[in-house]
Design a protein around this ligand. Structure first.
Ligand code: FE2
Length: 294
């Protein structure tokens, strides 16, 4: 059984499933539900999963990354696919990647400036604080479908430059201790041109692909014209009917699809409460341009 998580139908919860028992029938139910969800699938009550179970489940959707770019202290021993997130300390040292969230929701699709882009991630809750730390999700296929025909026509041929440097400089405004990107990283991750409207390689559905914090510019437009357009699209896509916030409980798991969904973290009181999440990141079939198809 599935139930909707937003009014538009974006986001599904799949019930009565045990991911420790990945038989053919369960695999079919889970994959169908994932692609039907528009990019965010919630499954609760999975406290009993082993790291192998979690890894095998995520591997159904693509190649699971081994997190080479992270501090090995943050990875689960013997399972480099599992990155620990949160305020976990061991022997006075951080044992998980700690990213402090803001009150303002930082909507994004992960690493749109990377080529290939990770196609999705799975977050699994080990320990949740009693309040706060909800993760927000926004459905970009549903948001695209609700645009006026005129606006669809205007934005479909447009492309934007996605840049890690742009994101880093934006983050430096509120985190002045954060250094500028090194020459090495600037070379390794040059800006990449991506369409504003994309086609999902599996479902064939079109989706908005707008992450203003990664977008340096829109090709053929001035900054004065581009920024209001990007903000208009972001405000449209993050309306209540296209979004939901998931308040985590231990054993919950959400699998999302960067090709048709955005997400945003929210803060909690890290001085008073613990939070520990596992994150697994997937590589696979990349977005396609919607313009070439229309
Ligand atoms: Fe993210």
């Amino acid at each position: 059984m599935t139930s909707r998580l937003s009014e538009s139908g974006f986001g599904l919860e799949l019930q009565d499933v045990d991911l420790a028992d990945l038989n053919d029938q369960i695999i079919e139910r889970v994959t169908k539900a994932f692609y039907a969800s528009g990019g965010a699938l919630l499954i609760r009550n999975q406290e009993h999963l082993t790291p192998e179970n979690l890894r095998d489940f995520v591997a159904l959707f693509g190649t699971v990354e081994k997190n080479e770019k992270y501090n090995p202290d943050f990875l689960m021993p013997d399972f480099p696919e599992i990155l620990r997130l949160g305020n976990l300390m061991e022997n006075g040292k951080r044992a998980a990647l700690w990213i402090k969230s803001d009150d303002v929701l930082m909507w994004h699709s992960d690493d749109t400036f990377r080529d290939p882009q990770p196609i999705g991630s799975c977050l699994y809750c080990v320990t949740a604080p009693p309040t706060g730390a909800a993760t927000w999700f926004a459905g970009m296929t549903h948001a695209y479908q609700a645009l006026s025909d005129d606006l669809k026509k205007t934005i479909t041929p447009l492309t934007a430059l996605h840049s890690y440097d742009h994101l880093n400089e934006f983050l430096r405004l509120s985190n002045p201790h954060r250094p500028p990107l090194s020459e090495e990283l600037l070379k390794e991750l040059p800006p990449i041109e991506r369409p504003l409207v994309v086609k999902h390689p599996v479902t064939g559905k079109k989706a908005l692909y707008v992450t203003p914090i990664h977008m340096e510019s829109v090709n053929g437009m001035t900054e004065e014209d581009a920024r209001p357009l990007l903000n208009q699209l972001l405000v449209h896509a993050t309306q209540p009917q296209f979004t939901f916030a998931h308040a985590w409980k231990s054993g919950d798991l959400v699998l999302w699809d960067n090709r048709c969904a955005m997400h945003a973290p929210s803060p909690f009181d890290a001085d008073k409460h613990d939070r520990l999440m596992y994150r697994l990141t997937i590589n696979g079939e990349q977005i396609e341009s919607a313009a070439e198809q229309s």
